[in-house]
Every structure is written in C-alpha cells, then in structure tokens.
Design a protein around this ligand. Structure first.
Ligand SMILES: [Zn+2]
Length: 184
C-alpha cells in the first residue's frame, strides 16, 4: 500500500500518513531507525533539510505515532477515553500560539525533528477545527489496520479504501467453504 492513494490532502492526510508509516499488512516500518525518521520528516517537508533525528527523538516519534493510532481507534469505535501516553508526548512537543496574519494559530518555532513532530501534532489539532478528526480511523480488518479518512456521510465506514470489507467477506466465505467440505 502507498500512502496518499486517495484524494485526501492537507492536515488530515499528514496525520493519516504519519500513522501509516507503520504498515501492518506489509510488515514494514518507515520509522524503524533515526535515519528513517529523518527521511520521512524531510521528504514530507515537515522538518528542514538539515534535520537529523536522535534516538530520543525517534522514541518520541514512536510514542506520538502510537498515541495518535490509539486516538484513531477510539474514533473508529465511537468512544472516548484517556490517553496518558499521548498526553505525555504532546506535552514534550515545542508547540506555541502564533499569529498567521489573520488569526491566532498553533505553530512551532523549530525546524528540526522536534519541529517536524510538532507539525504532525498541530495537523491533528487542525483536523479538530475542520471537523475531520472524528473521520480519522483505523481499518477494522485485522490484517490491515490502515489509517484512513472516513468520508461517508454518517461516518459509518469500518474499512479503509482498499476493499478490506470485501476481503473479510471473502475470508468468511472461504472459511465456510472449508467447514462445509470438512463435513463431507
Ligand atoms: Zn483496510
């Protein structure tokens, strides 16, 4: 799977793509090293080109990702709950209030890795303002767990855009076929 396969752009896409740096389906992780984190933040433009991640920053990034993923799971389940891990990591990010010329905005004054991670968190906050936060979910298919944006009218989608609902049906169908043939 490749990130950004749908038309989703902007802050909501940044959050989705950050969570999807871990691909459960393919067993890959773009943030498996400090070099991987540096590459992701600089190619997305969230951090400046001179940024270079340390082990401590990688740890922070992984905790941020885990916390956001948990938040997306809560969105999916229509629930709410305390996320102490996410609270801790958000408190460590260099986010400040600024002025964009027309309105107060959350921003970061840093351009390194911490600034890049702060921008991911600011994007998550922006999705709250645009009403898209609740649409960010984790695919229900256990072999997928892809973060996706539920664009359905009543936010009722349970699976990502890669047809996982159908894959699940196919698997259930095959299981029934196997059970039926075992009884023969
Ligand atoms: Zn899926």
């Amino acid at each position: 799977m490749s990130a950004g396969a749908t038309e989703v752009t902007g802050a909501v896409a940044v959050v989705r793509d950050f969570v999807n740096t871990s691909d459960h389906d393919e067993g890959t992780d773009e943030l498996d090293s400090t070099a991987g984190l540096t590459a992701w933040l600089t190619t997305t433009g969230l951090a400046g080109e001179s940024a270079e991640a340390t082990e401590a920053e990688l740890d922070l990034a992984l905790r941020l990702r885990a916390g956001l993923r948990r938040g997306l799971e809560l969105n999916h389940d229509g629930g709410a709950g305390p996320l102490p891990g996410l609270v801790d990591v958000l408190a460590e990010l260099p986010v400040v209030l600024g002025w964009d010329g027309t309105a107060p905005v959350l921003t970061t004054g840093e351009n390194g890795v911490l600034g890049g991670l702060a921008r991911v968190a600011v994007c998550a906050h922006e999705t709250v303002a645009t009403g898209e936060w609740g649409r960010l979910k984790i695919c229900s298919f256990d072999e997928c767990e892809w973060a996706y944006v539920d664009r359905s009218k009543n936010r009722s989608r349970h699976y990502c855009e890669y047809g996982c609902g159908n894959k699940l049906k196919t698997r259930a169908y095959r299981a029934r076929q196997r059970a039926a043939s075992a009884q023969l």
